[in-house]
Each structure stands twice: as structure tokens, then as C-alpha cells.
Design a protein around this ligand. Sequence first.
Ligand SMILES: Cc1cc2nc3c(=O)[nH]c(=O)nc-3n(C[C@H](O)[C@H](O)[C@H](O)COP(=O)(O)OP(=O)(O)OC[C@H]3O[C@@H](n4cnc5c(N)ncnc54)[C@H](O)[C@@H]3O)c2cc1C
Length: 391
Amino acid sequence: MKCSIAIIGGGIIGSAAAYFLARSGHAGSIAVIEPDPTYSVATTPQGAGGVRQQFSLAENIAMSKFSLDFYKSFDQHMSDIPNLPDINFREQGYLFVVTKDGEKTLRTNQALQSSMGANAELIDYTEIRDRFPSIERDDIVLGCHTPDDGWIDPNAGLWSFRKAATYLGVTYIKAKVTGINSDNTKIKSLKLDNGASILADFFINTAGPWVTSLAKLTGADLPVVPMCRVQHFWKCTHILEDLPLIKDESGMFFRPESDGFSGGRPSFDINPGFVNDIYSGYFANYFEDTVWPLIAALVPKFENLRLQRSWAGHYAQNILDGNMIIGKYSPYHDNIITACGFSGHGIMHAPAVGRALSELTLTGRYQSLDLKRMEITRVHENEPYLEVGIK
Ligand SMILES: Cc1cc2nc3c(=O)[nH]c(=O)nc-3n(C[C@H](O)[C@H](O)[C@H](O)COP(=O)(O)OP(=O)(O)OC[C@H]3O[C@@H](n4cnc5c(N)ncnc54)[C@H](O)[C@@H]3O)c2cc1C
């Protein structure tokens, strides 16, 4: 098969790129190679779906602003596409809470977010308690509340982009890329596990936590590794007020989910790699020993919760600085780009990144939002571009 653009990996990032390319109307033929239409091990369906403007880097805030607006008006953007699932955007806000140690950074970040047009409000502990009486932790001195933020159903988001792309003419191929043929400057074709080959003029590697193993097939390297993150769903025996997605300096977060809550705390000291069993080894008793004490310290009514289930997903973790890498990444081949290493922010940034990948593919430049600072150069120069504060 021959196409104009071949996308490796049809998670939310690859599918958003496919959608924006198809929507442009002048991308030619597009194929997405995705081995698992159930997405049973992909990162996207395991995510919390949080969409927030609370960042310290201008690029992340700008990507969130575009994506938040896009998700809020998803139905309008997709009004010509039939039978899409409801992405269930829930505008219930985000609340970051900090102790004295995090106060200065939270203030600085909020000032930048506000200057960029985000509705981000600093509130002291008394005001936090007034708005959200379930919170009771008296070392909290300050919060930043962004009521316009919220969350989507990540699986529905993925499938909406995929179905819209398909409706606009994109072909999804159920296969795994196992080899890449190239000459000295160009990628020529992809070898698939079913024996077929896909020839294309341009390639996009959006294989999530598998992105580095695909990059290695053409001699390129990326500082991106799979990092296991476990999430939990629990029910509370008390009825609580409507809470936003809450996050503290430990990385602990939770949000309302149907008749309970989902959340967790990233395991910062775990070794990279895929984890299949979360009931033995590192994650045995993780909820009881690590997560539960943190959530109950903030919301004492969680002391007598009922854990319903736990599951694992894998961040594509950028070990240089925890931020996305976008654009060309191969020292040899100039017709392949990536967007990877989201380290926990890929769902919220998918619309902005899909649009940026489409622009890069079609014009070689960013047209809407300059993301040059997020490119591979910083990796080659060993200059981390870090978020500060709650990540
Ligand atoms: C517990 C948890 C909570 C999270 N919470 C949030 C949140 O609140 N907000 C947020 O924005 N983000 C969150 N994230 C992060 C977010 O889920 C990811 O950043 C995002 O889903 C990445 O999407 P992706 O398309 O890059 O990767 P994936 O969804 O992993 O898609 C990659 C695809 O590549 C395919 N693939 C792999 N190998 C090959 C191959 N050889 N050939 C072809 N295809 C291949 C896979 O099958 C897969 O479908 C969370 C993640 C986890 C784990």
C-alpha cells in the first residue's frame, strides 16, 4: 500500500493528528497503523482525562487553553461527523493546594496563567474550606482554583478523533510496525507484522510508551521510557459536595467519577518498564500504604472509603524534563516527526498537539502555536525545560 502520510500508533495523539490532517483537506491519503483496536494496553484509556490550565510553562498553558476550548466546543467542531461518542466534558474545575513550601511557586504560576487569560484564582485556606468543606488539612496555606478546567472521558475522546478521522477518509490498519526501511536521508516504508509494507512520503511516530523502540529501528534515540502509574476507584460512605480535580505537592490527585472517586499518586521511585501485575512487588499494598493516607489526610471523610478497583497505565515519561518532545527527532531522516513523552499530559494536550503535528507535516512550520522550545534540541543540548510546582 502507498499513502501520503503514515502514522504509527493510533492512540489519542496519533488519532488527533490524523483528524487535523484530514480536516485540512490537503493532506493526501493518510494511514494510521494501530495493532490493538481495543486499546487494552494503550495509555489513553487508562488516564484520568484531566484538562487543566495550571502549568508554569507558557507553551503548556497555551496548549491547554486551545485544547480546553476545543473539548468544550467539541460538538460544534464535529457537527458534520455522525455517531460520535460523548466525550463527557465535565467543567468541574481543578484545585491545586500547597503548604508554605509551595506558596511562592503557586503565586508565580497563577500570575502567568492569569496573564495568558486563564481564569485562575488564588484562595487561602479559609476560602478553600468555604468552597470545599470536605477539605481539612491545616498545613495547607493556599490553593489555586481554575473553575473552567475539568475532565473528559479519555476513551471517548480517543474514539471520537478516530471515528472523525475515519469519516474524513483516514484508513486505520490493524497491524504492528515491526520494521522501517530507509535510505540515508528518508524513511521509505514500514514493515508490518502481517507481512505487508506501507510506503509513504511522510511519517509520524506517535507510539506512546513504545515510541523509543520504534525510533531505534532507524538509529534514532529518544529519552522516553514507559513508567507505570496505578490508579484507583473508591466509594465514600459520606456524601461530599461537588469537588474539582484536586492535586497536592506530593503528586496525589483525585476527582469525582460516577458514584465515587478516582485518583492516585505517581510512584516517583519506580524503575522504568511495563508492569503487568500490580498486586505483587512494588505496587502490593500501594493504595493502603501510600495513596489512602494522603487522600484521607486531605479529606478526612475518606478514612472509611471502600476501594473498588485499581488499574495500571504507563506514562511515556520524558526522563530529561517530563515534558513533551515534538517535531523531527532523527539525526538522519527528515521525513519523520513525533509527539511523545507526555508524562501525564497527553489527553489534555491532544487537540493542540494534533493540530501542531498537522501543521508541521503540511508546511514544515508551526502556524498557530510556536512549540519550537518543546523540540528535541533541548535533549541534544541537555537543557531540561521543566515545569515547576505541581506537575
Ligand atoms: C494513570 C494515568 C493517568 C493519567 N491522567 C491524565 C490526565 O488526567 N490528563 C492527561 O492529559 N493525561 C493523563 N495521562 C496521560 C495520558 O493518558 C497520555 O499522555 C496519553 O494517553 C498519550 O497518548 P498517546 O496516543 O501518545 O499514547 P497511547 O494511548 O499509548 O497510544 C499509543 C498507541 O501506539 C500503538 N503502538 C505501539 N507500538 C506500535 C507499533 N509497533 N506499531 C503500531 N502502533 C503501535 C499502541 O497500540 C497504542 O494504541 C494519564 C496516564 C495514566 C497512565
